[in-house]
Design a protein around this ligand. Structure first.
Ligand SMILES: [Ca+2]
Ligand SMILES: [Ca+2]
Length: 314
């Protein structure tokens, strides 16, 4: 006989999980020893689990399955198949009816907060960094944040919003569903003292909370620098045409970051422009060489480094 039962995720140790009533049970006066045993437990992948569940005879002398030790986590196991057995003198038990199988289906709890995903290669930890031209118009997507949540259904659904600093909320809006951040104001009148802009992004799970379960949230920061003339750097790479360099963009970014300890972002890759030899007038295109335009940010101050910054001259 197979019994299907729900099992709440994170159930407390010792709490009863399933009750298997015994028929024609002898009264306590008979002093008959009956034990209620767990024979085997398999997880959702069919692997044997030991020690998690145990059986006992409760006060009414019915068989009870309980959580013995450990944690029930839906995110690592969605179901368990438990086989139980009644151990007593064979004369008192019908051998055909002393075993039972229980299929436990783990009911999700909202026990995972959403987590932001970051670029692991960036020297900036646990926050986002971007730089956009100071001429960026309104309604332009400038960045996309991403978070994930390990729970299922509404407990795994997430919603983004911008919170905190009023200034950041003046310039940016976020798509609650996709995490895309757009400009809502031009940067013409912003003063240098307000830079970089620090956008606090909040992500929340179970946004409707219709089924209860509460809401978990996490926040992070997107640092936005404005690129002005003189902020960009050009690196000329000889004997490598731009199409080859474009394929190596990620590799080059990684190398520059490792060498400088700065957060580096490559803005533009193009054929090399150099003044004409001899008269020095501008410019001749060299298709076999590449100019890489990039900018660099100090991960300690979040400030864009300008061309003459001492850190870039190492
Ligand atoms: Ca869960
Ligand atoms: Ca969750």
């Amino acid at each position: 006989m197979l019994n299907y039962l729900p099992l709440q995720e994170n159930v407390a140790p010792g709490a009863p999980i399933a009750l298997l009533p015994l028929e024609q049970k002898p009264g306590p006066e008979k002093r008959l020893r009956i034990r209620c045993e767990v024979v085997s437990v398999k997880d959702s992948r069919g692997l044997r689990v030991r020690g998690l569940f145990d059986g006992r005879l409760n006060r009414n002398r019915d068989c009870e399955l309980f959580l013995a030790d450990g944690v029930v986590d839906r995110e690592s196991n969605e179901s368990f198949e438990v086989e139980m057995k009644l151990a007593t003198l064979t004369a008192y038990a019908n051998p055909k009816r002393i075993r039972a199988k229980i299929l436990l289906s783990v009911v999700d709890a909202n026990d995972n907060p959403p987590r932001f995903e970051y670029d692991e290669q960036s020297p900036v930890r646990e926050q986002y960094l971007t730089a956009i031209p100071d001429s960026t118009p309104i309604d332009q997507t400038v960045f996309k944040v991403r978070a994930t949540d390990a729970d299922s259904g509404p407990y795994g659904e997430i919603e983004y919003s911008i919170t905190g600093d009023r200034l950041a909320r003046e310039y940016f809006a976020i798509d609650a569903r996709t995490g895309e951040i757009k400009t809502t104001k031009s940067f013409e009148s912003i003063s240098n003292g307000d830079l970089p802009l620090e956008v606090i992004v909040l992500v929340r799970d179970n946004p409707e909370n219709t089924a209860g379960g509460g809401s978990n949230s996490q926040r992070t920061m997107l640092v936005v620098n404005l690129l002005r003339k003189g902020d960009g750097l050009v690196l000329t790479i000889s004997n490598t045409p731009p199409e080859v360099m474009r394929e190596k963009k990620a590799e080059l970014t990684k190398l520059l970051q490792e060498q400088t300890g700065l957060a580096v972002s490559v803005d533009h890759i193009t054929a090399s422009l150099r003044p004409h030899a001899g008269n020095g007038t501008c410019c001749r295109v060299h298709y076999s060489d590449t100019d890489v335009y990039f900018h660099a940010t100090d991960p300690n101050t979040n400030q864009i480094l300008s061309y003459d910054s001492p850190k870039l001259q190492r």
